[in-house]
Design a binder for this molecule. Structure first.
Ligand code: PLP
Length: 393
């Protein structure tokens, strides 16, 4: 029997492990030492982590000394989203967290803030953070309980819509607040510099870049202003995150970060070309397809690799299964741990009738023209059945 061809178009959920990252993980697994040990074996592991810190810092346009490795973006978010900060040795209180309505649950849940200390920043119908609303929220912030903290993602994981972080930073600065940017989906797809964004903290994840799952980082603007640690113990990572470092995962993360920087522009132009070809093909097949963030005359800036679409008459769960049966892996909104598909909070925040939901196609470094053609052929069959009421539910 011929081998079944699978087409993986779910890179925003996780990118396949790159060959370079796999090699780096395997090489690091051969190191015996604990990076905190002073003997040669320990020093070899420490040297690897030091190098990895430089690579991840380069990805974020930051200083190596300002990178704290974590178990992923979710942990980094829980670490930084806290009312308890220190400015050097002096405690500093954050009174309220303002999160955009389209944040990933890792951020939207508010970390260590009490639920009544978290306020949502609305987004416009075009899926971008409403800057006028942010200005109003910060202008009416009660500073007696502490400074405001604002969390806005660089690019949304469902729609791919790029957020006006630089403009938001100017507002946050005017009101003396802190800015946390979840850069998980933007890293490697957009130029990234913590200073240019004027953010205080960036959140990164290895597995969205082609590195292994279970590694990430909190990147800070400086060394003085840091959150109260989330994980206490032996004082690794300068006391910001205790626990023996996951040396092999960090090595893979660094390899992925290096690859993400190398040839980024050319790679992304290629991916954008495939994505544009795919969207044009979808519109030819089904004129009523809605591509979120792409409306005639009202386009917003999107990541080069992401298409989030709704097809009238096709429920997202039904569509996802139909594509899977066609050999195509894509996703219905964001992947929840349970695998269940809920209504997209992103579409709801945009004021779109999210009843039928939407499907996300996300491309990556090894996506080929043949993958796009296979997707379009399947899209045509599924859209056709929908018209005849077979795939619709
Ligand atoms: N933030 C965004 C925008 C994401 O897309 C994800 C993963 O889906 C996360 C945070 C969580 O990342 P991790 O899996 O490393 O905890």
């Amino acid at each position: 029997m011929p081998e079944k061809v699978r087409t993986y178009l779910d890179w925003n959920a996780t990118a396949p492990l790159s060959a370079a990252a796999r090699q780096a993980v395997l090489a690091a697994l051969a190191l015996d030492g604990n990076p905190s040990s002073v003997h040669g074996e320990g020093r070899a592991a420490r040297a690897l982590i030091d190098g990895a810190r430089r690579d991840v810092a380069a990805l974020a346009g930051a200083e190596a000394a300002h990178v704290t490795f974590t178990s992923g973006a979710t942990e980094a978010a829980n670490m930084v989203l806290t009312p308890d900060f220190r400015m050097g040795r002096t405690p500093l209180s954050i009174g309220r967290l303002y999160v955009s309505a389209i944040e990933h649950p890792a951020v939207r849940e508010g970390g260590r803030f009490a639920k009544d200390k978290v306020t949502e920043i609305p987004v416009t119908p075009m899926g971008v953070v409403d800057l006028a609303a942010l200005e109003h929220l910060l202008a009416t912030h009660d500073a007696s309980a502490g400074l405001p903290m604002v969390a806005i993602m660089l690019a949304n994981n469902e729609t791919g819509i790029v957020q006006p972080v630089r403009e938001a930073a100017a507002i946050v600065r005017r009101h003396g607040g802190l800015l946390v940017v979840d850069a998980v989906q933007g890293a490697g797809r957009l130029p990234l510099s913590i200073a240019e964004l004027d953010a205080d903290f960036l959140i990164l994840s290895s597995h969205k870049l082609g590195g292994p799952k279970g590694a990430g980082a909190l990147v800070a603007r400086g060394e003085v202003l840091m959150p109260k640690p989330l994980v206490h113990g032996g004082g690794q990572e300068k006391g910001h995150r205790s626990g023996t470092e996951n040396v092999s995962a960090i090595a893979g993360f660094a390899a992925a970060a290096r690859a993400a920087i190398e040839g980024m522009d050319g790679r992304n132009i290629g991916i954008a070309g495939l994505r544009d070809r795919m969207e044009a093909g979808m519109a030819e097949i089904a004129a009523d397809v809605v591509i979120h963030g792409r409306l005639p005359g009202r386009d917003v800036s999107r990541l080069c690799n992401t298409t989030f679409f709704s097809l009238p008459g096709l429920k997202s769960e039904t569509g996802q299964i139909a594509f899977d049966l066609e050999g195509i892996a894509l996703s219905a909104g964001s992947a929840c741990s349970s695998g269940k598909v809920g209504a997209s909070h992103v579409l709801t925040a945009m004021g779109f009738d999210a009843g039928l939901g939407a499907l996300r196609v996300s491309l990556g470094a090894t996506t080929s023209e043949a993958d796009v053609e296979r997707f379009l052929a399947a899209f045509g069959r599924i859209a056709g059945r929908r018209r005849h009421g077979v795939a619709a539910a």
